[in-house]
Structures are given as C-alpha cells and as structure tokens.
Design a protein around this ligand. Structure first.
Ligand SMILES: NC(=O)c1ccc[n+]([C@@H]2O[C@H](COP(=O)([O-])OP(=O)(O)OC[C@H]3O[C@@H](n4cnc5c(N)ncnc54)[C@H](OP(=O)(O)O)[C@@H]3O)[C@@H](O)[C@H]2O)c1
Length: 253
C-alpha cells in the first residue's frame, strides 16, 4: 500500500492498528473518528505526517462533507480503509428509529458513498487499495440481533462487486472479515461479561487481523477471512449442512 491513506474509526482498535501498520508505508495518513483527542495522541506517535478530521460518520451528509474537506486540503486518497463501526441496536427491540437509521448510515451507506466518491479517481490514476472492514458475522445468519451480521453481509457483497468492477484499473477492493478481536468494540457494546466468559482461543489481536487485511488487499483478494480458526470454520458456516440443518434446529428451540 502506498500514497495517502484515509482510515475511518482510527481512534481505537483496528483503525488505530491500520494507522500504525501503514506508518512508514504510506506517505500521508488521514485519521477520521469522533474522538479528536485520541486521534491527536495516535498522530503524535506516528512518524508519517497525518491529517486529523473529527467527523461523525453516522450523519447522512458526513461522506460528502469529509470528501470535500479532503479535497479542500488538496489531498487525494490512494488507500481507503472503511473501518468505523459499532454493534448497533437489536432490530426487534428498536424503539427510536433514528438510532437504527444512524446505524445503517455508519455501517453501510457511508461505506458505499466513500467507495463511490473515492474509487473512480483511483481508477483514473491507475492505483488504489480499499479495505472495507466487515466481519465473520456477515458470512452466516445468526439469531443474535438481526442487524450487525446483515450490515456486514452487505459490506462483503458490495466489496466483491467493486473488486470485480475496478481491479482491471489497478484498484483492489477487499472485505476484511475478522472474528472476535481484542479492541474497544465489546466494551462500547456493553458485552464485556460475554467476552470475559468466552474461551481465550477464539480471540485474535488487532495486529494479526490488520496484517492479514493489508497483505490480502495488496494481493487483490476480494474477501479475507482473518485468523486460522475462522478460515477453517468459514466453509462449514456457509455450508448447506450448517444453514439447512443446524440453524433450523436452533430456530425450533
Ligand atoms: N472487535 C471485533 O471483535 C470485531 C470483529 C469483527 C469486525 N469488527 C469490525 O471492526 C471495525 C472496527 O471496530 P473495532 O473492533 O476496532 O472497535 P473499536 O475499538 O470500538 O473501534 C471502533 C472505531 O469506530 C469509530 N466510530 C464508531 N462510531 C463512529 C461514528 N459514528 N463516526 C465515526 N467513527 C465512529 C470509533 O471512533 P470514535 O468513537 O472516536 O468515533 C472507533 O475508532 C468495526 O467495523 C467492527 O464492526 C470488529
């Protein structure tokens, strides 16, 4: 990966790790999230020059505003890391639909609009790398929330299509699918009890996930399942045996 990289959700977890691993590889980093203090202390720890943009990507106008801000600073994006994300509300328990719409905007519409605005100029320049951070949760249905997995399934599908559409112009688009990863995600979602009760061997470090995402995207792979455990499980989770039989049994229960 080379040139200027835009990283959303760079204030913690996987986004901050992308910034650390692209430090020195890219010539400039654009770090985006809501918590400016976190972005500033990350930027101070990096050797590559960076631009900090505080932005709430769950607002409908945010992708347009962000791209205009970047253009006004006379920067052009060669590497796009669409990473910002949250667990979101349970679809069957939503009381305030503005929360649901903000979730859909952050997880899907903003990702699509940033791809739509930033990939064509990459194609025109003949080089681009895009990592859309999805999840193993987007690879199979579960009875959990009706929201998070489907939003990531969309990110995987749109990344696969964009990879086919843009790769002949030198632009590779990858859906990075991590499994359980040590970041702030579960704390923000109020899921620390579940995390603490789960076996340690299902958890990966952000550094492994990000390294696999960068090398998979540089190789042009449309989907990267991160972590040996999840790569091994993926064919089973997508099989008709799992979807047709095991999920039906779970549903009956
Ligand atoms: N951790 C896991 O187990 C796991 C597994 C699979 C996939 N993922 C995906 O990995 C991605 C990164 O999450 P993470 O695990 O690194 O969690 P994290 O440590 O909580 O980081 C989430 C990042 O998203 C940013 N963000 C959240 N809402 C935002 C908003 N409205 N506008 C702008 N930025 C926003 C946060 O920044 P601010 O709060 O400063 O805005 C933060 O930088 C997400 O897309 C998540 O779905 C995580």
């Amino acid at each position: 990966m080379k040139g200027t990289a835009l990283i959303t959700g760079a204030s913690s977890g996987l986004g901050a790790e992308f910034a650390r691993q692209l430090d020195g590889r890219c010539s400039h980093l654009i770090l985006v999230a809501r918590r400016g203090d976190k972005l500033r202390s990350l930027a101070e720890s990096l050797s590559t020059s960076s631009t900090i943009i505080e932005c709430d990507l769950s607002l409908p106008d945010s992708p347009r505003w962000l791209c205009e801000d970047i253009e006004n600073r006379e920067l052009c994006v060669d590497v796009l890391i669409n990473n910002a994300g949250i667990a979101g509300p349970n679809l069957l328990e939503v009381k305030d639909f503005s929360e649901q719409h903000a979730f859909e905007q952050l997880m899907m519409t903003t990702v699509a609009e940033l791809c739509s605005r930033l990939i064509p100029p990459m194609q025109a320049r003949g080089y681009g790398r895009v990592v859309n951070v999805a999840s193993v949760a987007g690879r199979f249905p579960s009875s959990d929330t009706g929201n998070y997995g489907p939003s990531k399934a969309y990110v995987i599908a749109v990344s696969e299509e964009l990879n086919l559409a843009a790769r002949s112009d030198g632009v590779f688009v990858t859906a990075l699918c991590p499994g359980f990863t040590h970041t702030e995600f579960h704390e923000v979602a109020g899921m620390m009890a579940a995390k603490n009760n789960s076996p340690k061997w299902i958890w990966y470090d952000a550094s492994t996930v990000v390294a696999e995402g960068i090398s998979g995207c540089d190789s042009g792979r449309p989907v990267v399942i991160s972590g040996r455990l999840y790569r091994w499980l993926d064919p089973f989770l997508r099989s008709s045996l799992f979807r047709g039989t095991i999920l039906r049994l779970v549903g009956r229960r």
